[in-house]
Design a protein around this ligand. Structure first.
Ligand SMILES: Cc1ncc(COP(=O)(O)O)c(C=O)c1O
Length: 325
């Protein structure tokens, strides 16, 4: 009966996960939508507390909202484990340092808050979005007139790209929007200001692609709007170096490690579009995308036009890594 479920919820204090909620509904045959609605509500970490999604609010004077002044991370949860947590937390604090934003939690406290939010939402396979905004201030840009940087943690599920994209590979176009110049806003900072990427993404979706390749101001290959890029040429795995103006992806780092373990030569090297056109294989890496093959750039078939053997092998190795194997 519903009272039993409710007693469990209250007695143990914590939020019952969504699976448990479903169980309660089925077992009680209850017509009360309120009970499930309450438990199923996403709990967002904000101002040091877990609150219902509807109550998770920031000031309209927050410079994160007014100017995109803040930093963020996107992290996967696999098998109830926050994947590559230390690497993501390290990058978060590096991004914050670069924009002179002092995060009001220590890295250890941040890790604890992330874990708490994941558990509170019953997430075993999902995605964590960590946002640190500058805090509320005046309408001017002066960071000295802001206070209370906000730490927001959202733990939710994530919808994967359709399986056929992993099987058949993606078609990608080169965007005319160039990647931010590192001397203006370094792409190594994972800042809340993603307009550069969004403008390129619009170009991709306008042509029916889900990703666009972005070049830097020198015309070299940088990265995609939300993913790093790799090619395989003559048995060597190549990816642009940080100086090309990229976010140093955590997945990129993990895949480079897997490739080295597999005995592949790995090079961080400047490339131009032509190098991608004539590659044997190409793939992208990212927290959301994981490892996804690319089979076409700007209407040029890459290699055989199907995902290549190195890509497939690395994809498989990544699947093992993420599940703790
Ligand atoms: C611009 C950009 N490049 C690369 C990546 C891939 O980085 P990661 O593997 O850390 O998710 C992302 C996603 O976070 C991104 O937004």
């Amino acid at each position: 009966m519903i009272g039993t479920g409710l007693a469990v919820y209250v007695d143990y204090g914590a939020m019952v996960n969504r699976i448990a909620c479903r169980f309660v509904l089925i077992s009680t045959n209850s017509s009360s939508p309120l009970f499930c609605g309450t438990e199923m509500s996403l709990k967002v970490y904000i101002a040091g507390e877990l609150v219902d999604k509807a109550d998770a609010k920031v000031s309209v004077f927050d410079h994160g909202f007014l100017y995109g002044d803040g930093v963020f991370e996107g992290i996967r949860v696999y098998n109830g484990r926050v994947f590559l947590m230390d690497e993501h937390i390290a990058r978060l604090y590096e991004s914050a340092l670069a924009i002179r934003l002092e995060i009001p939690l220590s890295p250890a406290e941040m890790i604890e808050a992330v874990n708490k939010t994941v558990v509170a939402n019953g997430i075993t396979e999902g995605y964590v979005r960590l946002v640190i905004s500058r805090g509320a201030g005046t309408l001017g840009l002066d960071i000295r007139r802001t206070s209370n940087p906000q730490v927001i943690i959202i733990a939710d599920t994530i919808s994967l790209y359709p399986p056929e994209m992993y099987r058949d590979g993606l078609k990608v176009i080169t965007a005319s929007t160039i990647r931010n110049h590192a001397g203006a806003l370094s792409p190594r900072i994972k800042s809340l200001n993603y307009l550069n990427n969004i403008l390129a993404k619009i170009e991709a979706t306008d042509t029916g692609c889900i990703e666009a390749l972005m070049l830097n101001a020198q015309g070299e290959v940088a990265e995609c709007t939300g993913d790093n890029i790799f090619i395989v040429k003559d048995g060597v795995l190549k990816t642009p170096p940080p100086e090309a103006g990229i976010l140093e992806g955590i997945t990129r780092g993990a895949v480079m490690g897997l490739a080295k373990q597999a005995g592949l030569a790995v090079q961080e090297v400047a490339m131009v579009r032509h190098d991608i056109y004539i590659a044997d294989e190409c793939f992208l890496t990212g927290t959301a995308a994981e490892v996804i093959p690319v089979v076409d750039l700007d209407g040029r078939k890459i290699g055989s036009g199907t995902p290549g053997p190195v890509t497939k092998d690395l994809l498989e190795r990544f699947q093992t890594l993420k599940t703790g194997g």
